[in-house]
Ligand binder design. Structure first.
Ligand code: ATP
Ligand code: MG
Length: 257
């Protein structure tokens, strides 16, 4: 079985990478989880997972004519299989984003849940691919009414490629935010439920500085508990691995988003 989720948002800095690793660790209690840094232009998952010096990375797998086997860029960390991406501009420029299809297809053969940490914008071929390839998106937003329109754009784009919405995760919820009101609107306009409201938390920032996912760094923090709640609210569907792999390999990559 396998289901592929893109963790996406309309804006930068909402907490996609933090959420990808937190959901991954929570889901790893029950499933075989693989996490891929599919933000190939602005990769930073490696810094959140203590993989700063990892070599090879996803970039190496995306270079035309490469003979690096996919498994060499898979690192077993925090109970998950993690595929980090390099941060050099040269690596990004040499990478062919379309090759992500084959990488994801290979990895899908051997995991239950694939989480694609996705770029903030939907403005290039490499930026839209995770959303195009995924079964469903998890939309990570700040808990404000204006940010819902960013999320709705992601949902609309995803839907146009047959990608569903698994739910909306509100992150960095602060005292004074009217989460109930925002959640009401969300339930009305989004195809998936509100998965959780994750509080703004010093522990999340400290985890990033320490190079550890939040659930490893501060498992008892309220934000960690909220991410576990979000993971529990995600019902993973069991797509047949072979079908999923075939779908990836034959996915049409949009030339212009
Ligand atoms: N719940 C939270 N409370 C406080 N800080 C948080 C929380 N979640 C994430 N952060 C912090 O916000 C910053 C951005 O988080 P993260 O890198 O996960 O966002 P992102 O959406 O992946 O960003 P980008 O769009 O640049 O890829 C990081 O410093 C992270 O530690
Ligand atoms: Mg990120």
């Amino acid at each position: 079985m396998v289901e592929v989720f893109a963790v996406a948002s309309g804006k930068g800095g909402t907490g996609k990478t933090t959420s990808t690793l937190a959901l991954g660790m929570a889901l790893a209690d029950e499933y075989d989880v693989t996490v891929i840094d599919a933000d190939t232009g602005m990769a930073n998952l490696l810094f959140h997972a203590g993989l700063d010096d990892a070599e090879p990375t996803l970039h190496d797998l995306l270079i035309e004519g490469t003979d690096v086997p996919v498994q060499q860029a898979v690192y077993e960390r925090f109970g998950m299989s993690v595929v980090p991406c390099g941060t050099s501009l040269a690596g990004f420029q040499a990478a062919d984003p379309g090759r992500l299809r084959n990488v994801v297809a290979d990895l899908a053969a051997d995991t239950d849940v694939l989480l694609l940490d996705s770029p903030a914008a939907l403005d290039s071929k490499s930026a839209v691919l995770p959303v195009v390839l995924a079964d469903r998106v998890v939309v990570v937003l700040q808990p404000t009414i204006p940010s819902l329109s960013d999320g709705l754009k992601v949902q609309e784009y995803a839907r146009s490629y047959g990608t569903g919405t698994a739910g909306v995760l509100f992150n960095k919820v602060r005292e004074g935010d009217d989460l109930d009101r925002v959640a009401d609107r969300t339930e009305k306009y989004f195809d998936g439920p509100v998965l959780a409201g994750v509080p703004d938390s010093d522990a999340a920032r400290a985890a990033r500085r320490a190079g550890e996912p939040l659930l490893a760094h501060a498992p008892d923090d309220d934000a960690a508990a909220a991410f576990r709640e979000a993971a529990a609210a995600l019902t993973v569907r069991d797509g047949e691995s072979g079908d999923v792999a075939d779908r990836f390999r034959s996915a049409v990559v949009p030339e212009s988003p």
